[in-house]
Design a protein. Sequence first.
Length: 327
Amino acid sequence: MELLELKDLTIHYFTDEGVVRAVNGLTLSVGAGETVGLVGETGAGKTTTALGIMNLVPDPPGRIVSGQILYNGEDLAKKSQIEMRDIRGRQISMIFQDPMTALNPVLTVGDQIAEVIRLHEEVSRADAYVKAAKMLEMVGIPSERLGEYPHQFSGGMKQRVVIAIALACNPRLLIADEPTTALDVTIQAQVLKMMNDLKQNLGTSMILITHDLGVVAETCDKVAIMYAGEIVEYGSLEDIFLHTAHPYTKGLFESIPSLKRDTKRLKPIKGLMPDPRSLPEGCSFCPRCPYAKSECGSQDPGVIEIAKGHLVKCPYWTEVHLNREEL
């Protein structure tokens, strides 16, 4: 049985300007000890999906309209906030996107790590601080800095503190929402190595939310490409990188500089992501797709399995792609 299964998850925001369809019928699974990358442009619905798993979608205006969020067979969407408080931090933790705002500026980092430990484990204040010191050492920060405040740390160290808080109670599932976006390349590499090491040592499953395919290549076992609240392609790392099948995924790779190809100009994806308040009737990528046919704008393409575990939401491009491989 999978550790986490999202089945036909739909999350909308009901605003005065209209209904924002942020996540639309999303299906995804994460196995024990597995890392799944959730990739897409800004506004694709990645963070809303993560907030849905944590049952933290702001209500109002947001609401889980339909679908299931099965964790160990239990539907988190049906649990109360009191029940979720017992799960968050202890079984499922989240590294939020901006460490600058995730930390409380008036509490020491030691207090913030120890707070999570005391909330979920029956330990004394002194024992919680001992464990907090070990967590700080685990993420590469000397335990002597336990009594310092967030403003005394660099951006990379703040991110390490946030990771220490998320891992303090050894959760089985870690959701990392763009954990390296605000960091420079050197610190980014250090944080990714640390997360991989911790994942192997603790056996933690992970959902890595990012728009950086380089980070995905370094970290993930499986990849889900997300566009306009839907997963348009899903498969193993090899499937996505070596057997790219969806036009959107192809466009993402073509917009990245390559050391192997002699390319003078990058090929960006033309146009913008559709307004989630008025999504196209058919394929949501149709207005930007160079391979679109007339029926794409009116018919839902549906999901096709082109190889074992490799799912694509584009029958026309899949057909062309497979025919090319046969030639």
